[in-house]
Design a protein around this ligand. Structure first.
Ligand SMILES: N[C@@H](CCC(=O)N[C@@H](CS)C(=O)NCC(=O)O)C(=O)O
Length: 206
């Protein structure tokens, strides 16, 4: 196993977290380098795309969260070898990036403009993406996105759905997943209760 250092913000979610979870699930040793926001400006220009996460593999650096998820997923046995199943995983991971980006754009807004944008997101793209994730789960047998087993797509989508359900997004109903994507809501609970995931967050006091 190569020497692995995952660098991401000191936050238990978003783009660095799926790779952390994958390595914990598989028992892969890695350095979990957590960056405080105040230290980011000094580090930004040392990263390939001025962004996190980055993964060091025996001293060589790779960036882009889904690339890292695929790489770590292969090491962890959580990424399909079959091309079609791998494509299903990639689609979900890229779609989570898409919808997260659309939601992310609304963070710069305030007041009524933010409310309007968020309500439009909830009625439009968020709903659409949730329905598509639901359809992919259903097509995969109801529980997993690919290969009828946990893959990095499940980790990435779990973190997105957990975020939506947390109520952290003003003007996006916290029950939007429960109301419109029941398989996805159950999927999130399945992931949260996965023994390794539950143990990981318990150890982190979350
Ligand atoms: N496409 C990139 C996006 C990376 C990205 O925007 N990361 C955010 C944190 S989730 C970041 O580095 N923000 C700090 C900044 O933009 O200055 C990926 O998937 O890794």
């Amino acid at each position: 196993m190569p020497k692995l250092v995952l660098t991401y913000f000191d936050f238990d979610g978003s783009r660095g977290e799926a790779a952390r979870l994958a390595m914990h699930i598989a028992g892969i040793p890695f350095e979990d380098r957590r960056i405080a926001r105040k230290d980011w400006s000094a580090l930004r220009d040392q990263t390939p795309y001025q962004s996190l996460p980055v993964l060091e593999v025996d001293g060589k650096v790779i960036a882009q969260s889904n690339t890292i998820n695929r790489y770590v997923g292969r090491l962890a046995g959580l990424y399909p070898k079959d091309d079609w199943q791998a494509a299903l995983v990639d689609e979900v991971m890229d779609a989570v990036e898409d919808i997260s980006g659309k939601i992310g754009n609304s963070f710069a807004l305030e007041g009524e403009a933010k409310k309007e944008a968020r309500e439009a997101l909830a009625a439009g793209p968020i709903l659409r993406f949730l329905q598509q994730f639901e359809a992919r789960l259903e097509a995969g047998g109801g529980e997993w996105f690919a290969e009828k087993r946990l893959t990095v797509a499940d980790l990435k989508c779990f973190l997105f759905v957990r975020w939506l359900k947390s109520g952290a997004l003003d003007h996006v109903p916290a029950d939007i997943v429960d109301q419109h994507a029941p398989l996805l809501a159950t999927h999130m609970e399945r992931m949260r209760n996965h023994p390794r995931i539950a143990a990981y967050y318990a150890a982190r006091g979350k």
